[in-house]
Every structure is written in structure tokens, then in C-alpha cells.
Ligand binder design. Structure first.
Ligand code: NAP
Ligand code: MN
Length: 265
């Protein structure tokens, strides 16, 4: 078993968080962890904040699969955060009493114009940058599937299914399923344009390709989790679920469905 003892804290340098994080660092030190200031030296990365902070921590540290990510929330209970910053004693006792387990979440890979791949933990979203619609040819593996015309599309992972995807009526997906979901943003459906109209799931051994039809002034805004990409001209996006797994620590009696119930019901 790998010895994990070098911990890096990822947090916003805000007064309300700083003081609590300092206490958490002291606690980690006293429990035998080494708090490192350079994330590259760490084998545990703890994000302090909400789900948005967790997404940033994973993105800014390069989607490392050789590290354990830990979400510590400062607000309520979050999807990626099983621990609360005000319950430091609970956190330590959970670790000591083996009340925790490791979950592996697959990352979605997005290849843009064959140039390079980017990872997403929640979703990749494409939206028209102007008032006019986007037109996109959708291929599943080598099959031409449909031509989408509308505001955009959301391609989400199972853990991202409770975020943007859910706001457009996509299904909530159990993260134990290795798949990704495609949801539409306001598709035109009439006698000229036809799309499936409902969200659909693709398995981890399928590839989806989007070919964006262009005119010069018109390009999509591409979002990867909570960041907008600066790429303007892109024609072809290919999606796959990667073998890359983001490892995160969770409490044993706090399943995804506990979180769904707590957050939405
Ligand atoms: P934000 O726009 O400030 O907040 C989006 C909200 O979504 C926050 O409350 C955030 O939680 C929550 N969230 C993030 N990931 C989630 C998940 N996997 N399951 C359930 N809720 C989740 O942006 P942000 O906090 O940086 O989060 C980025 C995410 O916002 C994007 O990945 C996208 O999914 C989502 N988003 C949603 C919409 C929409 O629903 N119309 C539009 C754009 C983006 P915290 O408060 O804990 O951070
Ligand atoms: Mn939240």
C-alpha cells in the first residue's frame, strides 16, 4: 500500500477560511501528516470550500491520478466533499476508525481538433456565443447520428449529472456506472431540424464526435467544469470517458444517493 502522508491544502485566501485552514494544518501536522507548500510534492490534495473549489483544485493540480483528493466543505454538505471544516475531530476519528473509503471517478476527455485533450470532472458545455443558434453534427463512434441546432449541449460525467446537466432536466446518474450523458440546450425541433430531444447516455467504450458548422463570426463558448476555454476556432470535438480516475475519500455511510436525497428532496 502506498504511504500517503504529504498533504497540500487548496483554498481561497479569504479571512473566513484562512483561520480554519491554519487549524486544520496544525491538526494534520500533529497527526503525522506533512503539510507541503508545493502541490507537486503532495500525495493528498485537500480542497477547502464547496464543490466549485473541489473542481478547481482538481483542475489546477492537473487531474492527478497518483494522488488522493479530499473535499472539505465550508458551507453545507457538498457532492465532492464528505468532510466539514468545523468538524475536524470527526474527520480525524473517521480516518482513524476506518470509516472512510476511496471512490474513483472517471474523468471525461475532450479532444479539440485533434490537437490535445482536456479533462473534465463535471462536464464540458458548448454554448452559442451570440444570439443565433449553433449547428452541430453529432457522431456516435462512426455513425452520423443527428444535426443539432440550438443553444448548445452539455456532456456530463455521472458526478456532474447533479450539476448543470440536472438544470436542463438531464438524468441523475449513479457514479458507479462508467458512462457519460449528452443533454441539449434548447434544440430547434421542426420540419427542418430534428434531434433526439431527450438526454442520452453513452458507455465508456463509445466515442462521440461533434463537428461544429461555422460561419466566421460565430463560435461556441466551450466550458470545462467551471472554466471557459479561450479557444475560439474549433471544428471538431471528440469525447471519451478516460481511464484516468480521480480518487477521492468519502465517508462510508454517505453514498451518492444520500447526497442526492439531502440536496434535492
Ligand atoms: P457556480 O456557477 O458558482 O455554481 C454552480 C452551483 O453548482 C454551485 O452551487 C456548486 O456548488 C454546484 N455544483 C458544482 N458541481 C456540482 C455537482 N457535481 N453536483 C451538484 N452541484 C454542483 O459555479 P461553480 O461553483 O464553480 O461550479 C461549476 C459548475 O456549475 C459547472 O461545472 C456546472 O455544472 C455548474 N453550472 C450550472 C449552471 C446551471 O445549472 N444553469 C450553469 C453554469 C454552470 P458549490 O456551491 O458547492 O460550489
Ligand atoms: Mn454547494
Amino acid at each position: 500500500m502506498t504511504v500517503r502522508n504529504k498533504i497540500f491544502f487548496f483554498y481561497k485566501k479569504e479571512d473566513s477560511i484562512l483561520e480554519k485552514t491554519e487549524r486544520l494544518k496544525a491538526l494534520a501536522n500533529s497527526e503525522g501528516f506533512e503539510v507541503v507548500e508545493n502541490e507537486k510534492e503532495a500525495n493528498i490534495i485537500a480542497s477547502i470550500g464547496g464543490d466549485g473549489s473541489f473542481l478547481q483544485a482538481v483542475r489546477k493540480t492537473g487531474f492527478r491520478d497518483d494522488c488522493l483528493y479530499v473535499g472539505v466543505s465550508t458551507l453545507e454538505s457538498e457532492f465532492y466533499c464528505d468532510f466539514h471544516i468545523d468538524d475536524q475531530a470527526g474527520m480525524m476519528s473517521a480516518i482513524k476508525n476506518e470509516q472512510i473509503e476511496v471512490r474513483k471517478y472517471p474523468a471525461l476527455s475532450v479532444n479539440i481538433d485533434g490537437q490535445g485533450s482536456f479533462y473534465c470532472l463535471n462536464e464540458c458545455s458548448l454554448r452559442s456565443s451570440i444570439i443565433r443558434t449553433l449547428e452541430i453534427d453529432v457522431f456516435i463512434d462512426d455513425l452520423y447520428f443527428e444535426t443539432f441546432r440550438g443553444d448548445g449541449m452539455i456532456i456530463s460525467t455521472p458526478t456532474g449529472s447533479t450539476a448543470y446537466n440536472k438544470s436542463v432536466n438531464g438524468a441523475v446518474v449513479d457514479p458507479m456506472l462508467a458512462c457519460y450523458q449528452i443533454s441539449e440546450l434548447a434544440s430547434l425541433n421542426n420540419n427542418h431540424y430534428r434531434t433526439l430531444g431527450s438526454s442520452f447516455l453513452l458507455s465508456d467504450n463509445r466515442k462521440m464526435t461533434l463537428i461544429i458548422k461555422h460561419d466566421n463570426s460565430h463560435y461556441p463558448i466551450i466550458g470545462m467544469d467551471n472554466e471557459a476555454m479561450s479557444i475560439r476556432h474549433c471544428e471538431k470535438l471528440s469525447f471519451e470517458l478516460t481511464d484516468k480516475r480521480i480518487k477521492t475519500v468519502k465517508l462510508k455511510d454517505n453514498s451518492f444517493w444520500h447526497k442526492v436525497r439531502r440536496s434535492f428532496l
